[in-house]
Design a protein around this ligand. Sequence first.
Ligand code: PLP
Length: 454
Amino acid sequence: MTDLRSLPSVEQLLQTSRAADLVAAFGRPLTVDAVRTALDRARAAASGGIPLPGRDGLLDLAADLLATWTHPTLVGVINASGVILHTNLGRAPLSPATIAAMEAASRGYSNLEFDLVSGKRGSRLIHAETILQRLTGAEAAVVVNNNAAAVLLVLSALAARKRVVIARSQLVEIGGGFRIPDVMKQSGAKLVEVGTTNKVRLRDYEEALAETAGLVMRAHRSNFQIIGFTEEPGIEAVTAAAHQAGVPFVDDLGSGTLLDTARYGMAHEWTVQESLSAGADVVTFSGDKLLGGPQAGIIVGRADLLARVKKHPLARAVRADKIRLAGLSATLLHYLKAEAEGEVPIWRMIAAKPEELKRRAGTWVKELGQGEVVPGESTVGGGSLPGETLPTFTLALEVRSPDKFLAALRKLDTPVIARTENDRVLLDPRTVLPEQEKTLLAGLRKALRERTGW
Ligand SMILES: *Cc1c(COP(=O)(O)O)cnc(C)c1O
């Protein structure tokens, strides 16, 4: 029998000690809401012939609702995919010094825009600028929210209503719908494509520059390669042509590295310093790709051009906040002290030796009592070094349905992101932070124990 009159009232439920605990944990208004929703659902279920729950059942339901409503949507995961700068997983994990600086900046007040010598208003732009000048040799620097904002701001400030010359092979889509031609349109610049999909010659630039232009731009191809019958003039030559025509050369490096990637067995990625010494007037790059810091867009280059960038109204709309500036400065300091390879997590991952990765994967096999160590490949990701891989050793697990197992790993309290290859589930130690190993193994044990359908 489902006699609705036997249901307790909201007030009656709230007077229980269980409800008092929920009020203490979640606050009164939300708990009242949950109790009401639980009663509504019970009534609705009863009309479908489902027996009414007792008080405990109703309070269980209310507690479940409260847990769901207050569970954060953004949670930490373990990246065992072997993709170091995984954009979907939040790109670069930060160094302890960077985290400490961000925490300190968020806890209290700071001299963000306050000159401690004069006691007057200061500029937030100075905070990372001095270190960036020293590191890159640039005259000036500006930090904004991300590199997409940096590109939009630079184009808006330097090339609105002017022609911007760029090679057709560089009109890239980075991901997440960020397309260079669209950004140009948004900035008010007029796109002038030169060359063909696979080839561009110096002459193409020179011909386009015969007419008045705003600037010449280069965009890093980031996520694809052009191979085969290709040609592109060196950046020195293009810069010289731009200067001959009296316009600046802007280099969007995308990832932007300060260290030489060739030292780690990968292709040489053009560095920020190289771009500037080749004559680029403005260089833009990300804070959270190969730099390994917090999300940021960094603009370095000529002081006169950056003065225009700083003054543009968009600069205010995309300005960096104090937490980002504090974190970025701390990450940059690792480079200044020549300790980036040891301190910046993504460089530690890039520099990890195959023997060490083999040992870690071997320990996982031993701890789990199953699986085997197989050689594999890690990638850098994050729109840098497309096609480049780093040799690694992974833990390979044989399961009946790899996709279902991956889904089970994603459902763990601390979700684990792995990948499949040849019907095996692979977990790459390169991207797993050492302090996460215990949690990873506990999660794997749980998933393997609760084997359901895979
Ligand atoms: C990644 C990338 C961007 C966008 O940078 P975000 O920091 O993600 O906003 C712009 N240009 C290039 C060439 C890139 O690779």
